[in-house]
Design a binder for this molecule. Structure first.
Ligand code: FES
Length: 653
């Protein structure tokens, strides 16, 4: 009489186990990923499995319904079991009585894959740094004196095989009370990451904690701070929000913040405190929105550029303002939340900062690399994260290069005469009729074009207020295509262009996009100064890309990925008409959305991803644009629209 054969799906792992073996035990023996918080006591209902009866020719095994021990009896014994779905059984209670095929549903797997976001087919792998373990601790005994913490450690070792746990003083301060309140049964939130550091107890709850544990994925930008409050069990984002980076009052862009530090003693601390307060406020808002307790937020991942990285940590960023752009520290960091003034979440929560790639290419670029994985790409991908500074990655399976390029804030609508941030009322799309030279446009917050009936009514609330980054790019590209501007970027006169919309402005000309003066609104023109500002930004971007291509020894790339909020809105065609990006077939230009934010979420949910990006960052070749002699030549050649010498064959098609 052979031992019963058990086959787990979807892993396909199989083996024979003695009759009467609980499914959870069989799963562990066979290396099957089956979750458990209570350690098999039948109270957490994390270990649910579905007995898959019937013929399974794939495995060649026919199983009988009796193959698992009777569930009803178990149910009576464990009346605390909740959330057991129809047809499922508790893996820790159901025992294997005969040959059986057992399906482990996705939500019962610790390391499950979850969809990153709608319309994104790539999955997020769950392997968080913090996990819950329920333990039953031996009561104190006068004859065997030992501390409560030591008995808790012994229980973790005996019941979970976890050795050498540590805890800080603030946890020890509440330990005795929690143990007694829980009747010596407690749930431990345990932090174990990829570094091999001793497991650390972050939080204790009396009895079985069923409220879940959460983490924050933070994209700390120089303009905005965005955070996603994420369930560390399911990967689900429970609340998202953003706010303006309060450091803006010290300087609009990064270099002006570095200058502020250089000119104002105590400037580092001022900006450090401002950003920390903002982060704490944002966390508190998200926690309130999701209806959680601060103690439940136990892990934080922050991605940011090098200057923001240093200012958050309270490190002087002066060296980042000048060659050779030395970082105080470039490796990934893990710190307690309390050290970063994050007093609105669990003070023992860990904060993980991704590594910086180089002095100008930060943890945000590392997060983009984590999200877009150029090192796994078969074809040569150019990934551009467009913000105040553009960060570029070029690579494939063999090699990945990175640089940053000083595009300045023009792509965000700054330094543009009618420029504004992307907000309702801002022109975001432009078309210019090549014959009549008449424009039509759309504004953020309204789907209608400006010449559609009802446009005025539909935009009455916001009005037409200015032009945002994607709008100015489209306007310039359309002006070039309509012959309103030549290849050097010079706007023609009314005589040259044949339209009265081209008006003199000083010694140059400006193109009238919208005259709202009759309704008391602004007159929106594209001036020669606007063209120059965008030319400088796009030349810097293109020169950075070319520098990476030179280093790679190629004269074209296979695909272009535009990341960042701006990248999500930019029109590939218009960007290429301007020569912002190298020539590729238009269908090979894709948007990755907020890839840095996605990278932060991946690192939050998966410690293996943290290990992977730390190793990858060490392998990425950093190219310093500021000191590369070829950069200037590429920059000058890229000033023309689209380019002085590089052919743009795809544009001609
Ligand atoms: Fe907790 Fe089965 S492991 S109910």
């Amino acid at each position: 009489d052979q031992d019963p054969l058990v086959i787990f799906t979807p892993s396909g792992k199989r083996g024979r186990v003695p009759r009467g073996t609980p499914v959870l035990q069989a799963a562990r023996k066979l290396g099957v990923d089956l979750d458990s918080v209570c350690g098999g006591r039948g109270i957490c209902s994390k270990c649910q499995v579905t007995p898959a009866f019937g013929d399974f020719p794939k495995h060649g095994v026919h199983v009988e319904p009796q193959a698992l021990s009777d569930w009803n009896a178990v149910e009576e014994r464990y009346d605390r079991v909740r959330g057991l779905k129809e047809g499922r059984r508790l893996g820790c209670q159901a025992c294997i009585e005969g040959d059986v095929v057992i399906d482990v549903p996705a939500e019962s797997q610790v390391h499950r894959q979850v969809i990153r976001k709608r319309a994104d087919t790539r999955a997020l792998h769950m392997n968080p740094a913090v996990k819950l373990c329920y333990v039953e601790v031996a009561e104190p005994d006068m004859h065997e004196p030992s501390g409560d913490f030591e008995r808790l450690s012994q229980a973790l070792q005996a019941q979970w095989g976890i050795e050498g746990v540590t805890a800080d003083l603030s946890l020890l301060a509440g330990l005795q009370q929690v143990l007694r309140k829980g009747g010596w049964k407690v749930t431990v939130a345990l932090h174990r990451d990829h570094t091999g550091a001793a497991p650390r107890i972050l939080q204790l709850w009396p009895g079985l904690h069923e409220g879940g544990i959460f983490g924050l994925a933070v994209d700390l930008g120089s303009t905005t701070i965005a955070a996603h409050l994420t369930d560390l069990d399911t990967g689900e984002v429970r609340a998202s929000s953003g706010l303006m980076n309060p450091q803006i009052r010290f300087g609009e862009d990064l270099m002006s913040r570095v200058s502020y530090v250089m000119m104002n003693p105590g400037g580092t601390e001022e900006m450090r405190d401002a950003v920390r307060r903002a982060l704490a406020t944002l966390a508190a808002e998200l926690i309130a929105e999701a209806g959680l307790a601060p103690e439940q937020v136990l892990d934080v991942v922050v991605v940011c550029n090098p200057v923001m990285h240093h200012l958050l940590l309270g490190l002087d960023p002066t060296e980042l303002g000048q060659a050779p752009f030395a970082l105080a520290v470039s490796e990934a960091l893990s710190l307690p939340a309390a050290k970063l003034g994050l007093d609105t979440i669990n003070p023992r929560a860990r904060v993980y900062l991704l590594p910086c790639i180089a002095g100008h290419v930060g943890a945000d670029a590392a997060a983009v690399a984590l999200s877009e994985a150029p090192e796994r790409s078969e074809d040569l991908a150019l990934i551009i994260d467009v913000g105040t500074n553009a960060e570029l990655l070029l690579g494939n399976r063999t090699r990945v290069l990175a640089c940053s390029s000083p595009t300045g804030p023009a792509f965000e609508g700054a330094q543009i005469s009618s420029g504004q941030r992307a907000a309702p009322g801002a022109i975001e799309s432009v078309e210019i009729d090549p014959v009549t030279k008449e424009p039509r446009f759309r504004v953020i917050g309204c789907d209608l074009w400006s010449d559609d009936p009802g446009f005025a009514e539909a935009t009455a609330a916001s009005g037409v207020t200015g032009i945002c980054g994607s709008g100015i790019i489209e306007a310039l590209a359309e002006m070039r295509m309509a012959g309103l501007m030549d290849g050097s970027g010079l706007i023609g006169s009314a005589e040259q262009t044949g339209t009265a919309r081209s008006r003199p402005e000083g010694r140059t000309h400006a193109y009238l996009l919208h005259d709202g003066s009759a309704e008391g609104g602004p007159v929106i023109t594209v001036t020669q100064g606007d063209v120059r500002a965008i030319q400088l930004a796009k030349s810097a971007l293109y020169a950075g890309a070319r520098l990476l291509m030179d280093e790679m020894g190629v004269d074209h790339v296979d695909r272009v990925v535009l990341a960042g909020a701006f990248g999500a809105h930019i029109s590939a065609k218009h960007a290429m008409v301007l020569g912002m990006i190298p020539d590729v077939p238009l269908e090979k230009v894709t948007s990755a959305g907020n890839a840095a934010g996605t990278g932060a979420r991946i690192a939050l949910c998966d410690t293996a991803a943290r290990a992977a990006i730390e190793a990858n960052v060490r392998r990425i070749t950093k190219i310093e644009t500021a000191i590369a002699p070829a950069f200037q030549a590429h920059f000058v050649a890229a000033n023309a629209i689209p380019h002085a010498s590089d052919p743009f064959p795809e544009l001609r098609r």
